[in-house]
Write a protein that binds this ligand. Structure first.
Ligand code: AQP
Length: 332
């Protein structure tokens, strides 16, 4: 098998948190060493599926771009672009909607959860979110999609859409595999460890942001909800402690079992202190580099434009083939 074609998208919504960093961004950085190519997209069109302020959307897009670069994505070694700059993705969304089952979209957990959270409008865009995601991935003929656990169902749907298209119109699209990390696939909220750390609907104290400074990180991890008892072990009735074990294992690059052995005789206080120190060490270089990169919006725009041009070259080829197979437009 040749080198994988890697593709993933990240929303420019909210402030990126430790879950996004561990579940996704860290994998992107690793992926750019293996991908041929590795392609990463800031999905502003997905972001408008829920209410968001236009000015804030632009700010968050630059924030996200600067975080990705600060984390180690290198535009010389990957393709990094803004989704809305490559119109081929939106046209492909419509074409793929013809082979997407309404019933499948209805079954998506993310749609069910997010639609229940909306106070005013449940947009059709929220319902269509996975079709746009399918277009993103399939336009680039990705073989591998690095994501957190919460995206597993969406990747399965993308495979189903590709399969159905190929059955109806002939072998055209590539069925991608998800790449979900073995440890850290679902970082949990520090205050409510039964729910995932999330951009929306969570308390500040339960969410560590990539740009949090040492004091905030110590405060949040020091105040993290632990469980009854005092053993540092992963057990079904210890979601808080299990989450911290995974965070520490990822931050140190070790197996979670090593963490359990090391802290077997320690109390929760010492353990939480160690987790906080490791997270500070993990995120500090990103925060420092971000502070250098974020102010230069013209440079960020130039990098996005260069990335969009490369992405367009790939996506336009797929789109032309899909149109032709479906009998859309003049024959090629
Ligand atoms: N808690 C998490 N643990 C591990 N991975 C996670 N991801 C998200 N939360 C966790 C992964 O991060 C990537 C980007 O997600 P996104 O584009 O959906 O960004 P977001 O909307 O800001 O992320 P959230 O927190 O998931 O927002 P909510 O909960 O508000 O929808 C994806 O690969 C995702 O799996």
């Amino acid at each position: 098998m040749g080198a994988p074609i890697i593709f993933s998208g990240i929303q420019p919504t909210g402030r990126k948190h430790l879950g996004n960093y561990i579940g996704a961004i860290r994998q992107y950085v690793e992926g750019q060493e293996r991908g041929a190519p590795a392609i990463f997209c800031i999905v502003d069109l997905h972001a408008i599926s829920v209410a968001c302020e236009p000015a804030e959307l632009r700010e968050r897009l630059y924030d996200t771009m600067a975080i990705l670069l600060a984390a180690g994505l290198d535009p010389e070694r990957c393709i990094l672009f803004r989704q809305s700059d490559v119109h081929e993705h939106t046209e492909l969304t419509w074409l793929l909607s013809a082979v997407t089952a309404h019933g499948d979209l209805n079954r998506m957990h993310q749609f069910k959860e997010k639609s229940a959270e909306q106070r005013q409008l449940v947009s059709a865009a929220l319902f269509f979110y996975p079709v746009l995601q399918a277009a993103d991935v399939l336009a680039h003929r990705a073989t591998e999609v690095p994501v957190g656990e919460d995206q597993r169902q969406h990747i399965e749907l993308i495979r189903e859409i590709a399969r159905r298209f190929n059955e109806r119109f002939g072998e055209t699209l590539v069925e991608p595999e998800h790449r979900i990390p073995a440890v850290g696939a679902r970082i949990m909220d520090l205050q409510e460890p039964e729910r995932k750390m999330s951009t929306t609907g969570a308390a500040e104290a339960g969410t560590v942001y990539v740009l949090d400074g040492p004091a905030a990180i110590h405060k949040k991890l020091g105040g993290a909800v632990t469980d009854s008892g005092r053993e540092v072990v992963r057990a079904p009735d210890k979601p808080g402690v299990a989450n911290l074990i995974e965070i520490l294992a990822v931050a140190r690059g070790v197996d979670p079992t090593e963490v359990e052995v090391e802290f077997a005789a320690a109390g929760y206080g010492d353990f939480k202190q160690a987790v906080a120190e490791a997270v500070v060490e993990l995120l500090a270089p990103v925060r420092e580099r971000y502070a250098e990169l974020r102010p230069d919006e013209a440079a960020l725009e130039a990098t996005l434009a260069a990335g969009a041009e490369k992405a367009r070259t790939i996506a336009s080829r797929t789109l032309a083939e899909v149109r032709d197979r479906m009998g859309i437009g003049a024959p090629r």
